[in-house]
Design a protein around this ligand. Structure first.
Ligand SMILES: [Zn+2]
Length: 213
């Protein structure tokens, strides 16, 4: 499937899944697929977006960055996109606001480690949500026009979680204190948690201790 079409179709199935899992109050995110960078005005301030990310109801997909992270794998692209939509779900549930408020209090007190630990929970929860979506996609794949998440696709997804683990990205500079997205092992684990458990409301990751992540 042509890359941009894959994102559009993936978003269609993400909306389909979340409108059922989240319920009638689900609001669709917007999708912007771009290459290199995009200039935006957010809350009256100019902002340059250069990565694949979620911001204020919009999922931004940077195709050049996507190629670097996941190569040609369609399944891994689906995972990354489902992770970003996971942040949208957190936004709808007001978890993102809760995290931001707690973090700004922590940062005022100089507790950047605490703020990073909250951020890790947020990222791992988005991986969990990505897992629940991939499980759903597998269930419906024979009736859909999006690529099946085959066993090989799962291998690609696991490879992607490895590539974006903080311990891998930061290499020798990694420490638990500076990590804000979780290790490759944690990201893989939370994707699997989601893949094996489609009750997204069951996970209260913010209450878990560090050694339970
Ligand atoms: Zn994220």
């Amino acid at each position: 499937m042509v890359e941009n079409l894959l994102y559009v179709r993936c978003m269609y199935y993400l909306d389909d899944y979340w409108s059922k899992a989240y319920g009638e109050n689900y609001i669709k995110p917007r999708l912007i697929v771009y290459t290199d960078s995009i200039d935006l005005s957010v809350d009256g301030r100019d902002k340059k977006i250069t990565s694949t990310c979620y911001l204020g109801g919009i999922v931004f997909i940077n195709t050049s960055q996507m190629n670097q992270i996941v190569g040609t794998s369609a399944a891994a692209r689906v995972y990354v996109m489902a992770h970003e939509v996971g942040h949208h779900i957190q936004n709808l549930l007001t978890d993102l606001d809760m995290v931001k408020q707690r973090q700004s209090k922590m940062i005022k007190k100089g507790d950047t480690v605490g703020a990073n630990r909250l951020s890790i929970r947020c990222e791992l929860q988005a991986d969990y949500y990505a897992g629940t979506f991939c499980r759903y996609l597998n269930k419906i794949s024979k009736d859909s026009d999006i690529e099946n998440i085959s066993p090989d696709g799962i291998v690609d997804i696991i490879a992607a979680t490895n590539n974006i683990g903080d311990d891998v990205l930061l290499g020798g500079n990694y420490s638990a204190e500076v990590s804000d997205h979780g290790t490759a092992e944690q990201r893989k684990r939370w994707f699997w948690h989601g893949y094996n458990d489609d009750n997204f409301s069951r996970q209260s990751i913010y209450d878990l201790r560090d050694d339970q992540l």
